[in-house]
Design a protein around this ligand. Structure first.
Ligand code: ADP
Ligand code: AMP
Length: 210
């Protein structure tokens, strides 16, 4: 399999927002474990039921569940030329498992201070049709309630995008996910991007890395 990219950062950093641009540049499909888990939950599968409690509480879903999900996803033919991982890996155990199944070219870390995260996540909404990501203040749709990309008129908010759950998710990020930064720095794969600037500027900084 050709090399893959990891999009890394705290919840609300802007990974999903920037993913479309990276997919357009590299042609690699986006694999978001959060999106896959939400789809499983909506479909009422065993996986979705297993993940539900953890997601609602803002805790990480167990490693074996996530690793199994990724292993299965990587067997699909669109992954043959490498993929863009979004929201995975989130623990050292996940990174170790990934090192045995995929080669990485770069880990792009979108860095945003904690003080910005709550306002970003609590203002987030997405298009129910195409999944485009918006924000009440920082990136609203041009016409209220209508997706700029596909014209769909049903917007969604995530059940876990509330202040209490965000604080638990941030705490999980600092204790379980942030240590991966050093892990990838030791392997010379880590590139940090300042995520505390306009969406376009973050996109330009990422494009220059690619
Ligand atoms: P993640 O995928 O890392 O959880 P998202 O891409 O969903 O984060 O972004 C979280 C929220 O912050 C969304 O509402 C999005 O519109 C907004 N956002 C993303 N990037 C920026 C930015 N650079 N400046 C301000 N708001 C942003
Ligand atoms: P996200 O969409 O990336 O914000 O993820 C939403 C939720 O899904 C997280 O709070 C976790 O409960 C779960 N999740 C997503 N990706 C992972 C992962 N790689 N490891 C463990 N849990 C995950």
């Amino acid at each position: 399999m050709a090399s893959s990219i990891v999009l890394f950062g705290p919840p609300g950093a802007g990974k999903g927002t920037q993913a479309g641009n990276i997919v357009a540049i590299t042609g690699k499909p986006q694999i978001s474990t959060g999106d896959m888990l939400r789809a499983a939950l909506a479909a009422g599968t065993t996986l979705g039921m297993e993940a539900k409690g953890y997601m609602e509480a803002g805790q990480l879903v167990p490693d074996d569940v996530i690793i199994g999900l990724i292993e299965e996803r990587l067997t699909q033919s669109d992954a043959n030329e490498g993929v863009l991982f979004d929201g995975f890996p989130r623990t050292i155990a996940q990174a170790e498992a990934l090192s045995h199944i995929a080669e990485l070219s770069v880990v792009i870390a979108i860095e945003v201070p904690d003080s910005r995260i709550v306002e970003r996540i609590c203002g987030r909404y997405t298009c129910g049709g195409c999944g485009a990501v918006y924000h009440d203040t920082f990136n609203p749709t041009a016409s209220p309630g209508e997706c700029d990309d596909c014209g769909h008129t049903e917007m969604k908010r995530r059940a876990d995008d509330n202040e209490d759950t965000v604080l638990t998710r941030l705490s999980a990020y600092h204790s379980q996910t942030a240590p991966l930064a050093d892990w990838y720095k030791e392997r010379n794969l880590f590139v940090a991007i300042n995520g505390d600037q306009d969406i376009e500027k973050v996109g330009a900084a990422i494009s220059s890395v690619l």
